[in-house]
Design a protein around this ligand. Structure first.
Ligand SMILES: [Zn+2]
Length: 113
């Protein structure tokens, strides 16, 4: 999730959020991997992550866990950044994932042939 809100936030480009997959070997997937399309070993959990290196607590590797990890990145990391707090105070509302951020679309369903 990349911030694209109406009020510029200095440094926000350094905090692009994503949902990382946690493998059995303890490794997290990178920002380029959409865990909803993950191939290879099964992921044990989803975790909020940021390109700055921050990781949050894990959630189940299912659609609810994906939504929870996305929310955690926004609420527990991005909204707590020093340059973001005054913007939130001026806006008078929480940031909205659908309108304030550029997000990857949900995976398309595979059509049976
Ligand atoms: Zn960050």
């Amino acid at each position: 999730m990349l911030y694209i809100g109406v009020v510029e936030i200095p440094g926000s480009d350094d905090h692009e959020g994503y949902v990382a997959g946690l493998s059995a070997d303890g490794a997290y997937s990178d920002i380029w991997t959409d865990v909803r399309h993950a191939l290879g070993p099964e992921l044990l959990a989803y975790a909020p992550a940021c390109e700055c290196g921050w990781h949050g607590r894990p959630h189940p590797s299912d659609p609810g866990g994906f939504r929870a990890a996305t929310r955690d990145w926004l609420v527990e990391h991005f909204a707590e950044l020093d340059p973001v707090r005054p913007v939130l105070a001026a806006l008078g509302r929480p940031l909205c994932p659908e309108t304030d951020f550029l997000t990857a679309p949900p995976p398309a369903r595979t059509l049976a042939v």
